[in-house]
Design a protein around this ligand. Sequence first.
Ligand code: ADP
Ligand code: MG
Length: 478
Amino acid sequence: MQWETVIGLEIHAQLATKSKIFSGSSTAYGAAPNTQANTIDLGFPGVLPVLNRSAVSMAIRLGLAIEAEIAPRSVFARKNYFYPDLPKGYQISQFELPVVGKGEVELVMGEDDIRVIGVTRAHLEEDAGKSLHEDFHGKTGVDLNRAGTPLLEIVSEPDMRNAKEAVAYAKKIHQIVRYIGICDGNMQEGSFRMDANISVRPKGQEAFGTRAEIKNINSFRFLERAINFEVERQIDVIEGGGTVVQETRLYDADKNETRTMRAKEEANDYRYFPDPDLLPLIIEEQDIEAERSNLPELPDIKRKRFQSDFGLNRYDAAVLTASRVLGDYYETVVKAANGEAKLAANWVMGELSASLNRQGMDIEQSPLSAEQLGGMLLRISDNTISGKIAKQVFEAMWNGEGDADSVIEKQGLKQITDSGAIESIIDDIMAANPGQLQQYRSGKDKLFGFFVGQVMKATQGKANPRQVNELLKSKLAG
Ligand code: ADP
Ligand code: MG
């Protein structure tokens, strides 16, 4: 039996507001427990929530970025459940009428492989507090600093068909929220959390299978692994004659497995109802237009511009626009390199990103500035150095030894393009290797490489490779 996987994601993006969604407490991360929770966050009786305008602006921005409908009227609802980190006994969320309706995003999976994934909705809600199980022996602590932090929950259609697509979609949403400045995307601090809904069905069957939901995944790598594990588990269950039950599961990264958290029978009945303390949220056309006029260039637009302005293929353009900082870096390199866009793309995606990866650095932390890299590319394009020597220059610049020109000067790396000089080196080498010369001339063509090697060795790699080839050919021919 062939199986097909169906995946839908719910992503919680913590909005980058200074204060909470319904109170004036700070949202700054890392403060001492319970120092950023006021009477509203603590759920005191008689206090009233006041909606944070900037959280609404951010929801509108997301809506615009995914070309979604933005509801002129949406409603806050109480989601009732009991838990120590939720002192009010309910979470304020949106249920039937969310602020953002249907939208979509485009994933570039490969050069000619574009997938469009539907977004069902996005709604505003408050985060709960945190239970601290590790800090107290035999007891649980409760930190309410996070209670009331604004979240935007972005719910996808069940449009993804494998773990790679789900990861690409999650990265796309991550990219968008960072581009439009509504979420810092910091996954270690929990600013971007994912729930994956997963089911399998026999290939060709239209009806979806029963899904399991894996909660609170905080890395793209774990998302991929959790999905792959869960798909195998469900197939094993079905092929073993069982049925998949609808339930909530947790992913254990140490064991690389998912485990039941609660089954459907234990699922909460949230008894949603409109929150009587909050007016419906009314968004006017002018509010939307104000946000639209403040939007930066969005990732897909930037990608298309990179394709047409710089002649990049779709996939490379997608890589280079992964973040605004990377896009800006690349554009600065191109400018500094006098428009050598292809060369710039090769170096940014090649040597630079490999070096960053090796050191676990983001582009923001690059020890090499875009101007420096561009300056070096200028020296490749005007033939001062070869591409091979450029790696040496790159190394030196990476290690803080200065700009390309000074590295080239100090280390004497200037390419030898004087054909007279190259010819005389060739003459010496031919004289020193009469045996090889004779063999070459009697038909052993492979020895050409040997002579190239000798010239490069004699010039420490600095001879212009094209010239070496041409001159060697004619000289060896005799
Ligand atoms: P709930 O109200 O229980 O949260 P939703 O209908 O809101 O359920 O769906 C939650 C998420 O689950 C959405 O992202 C949706 O795309 C996804 N989903 C729904 N049904 C399936 C299914 N059979 N397989 C995989 N994902 C699904
Ligand atoms: Mg849901």
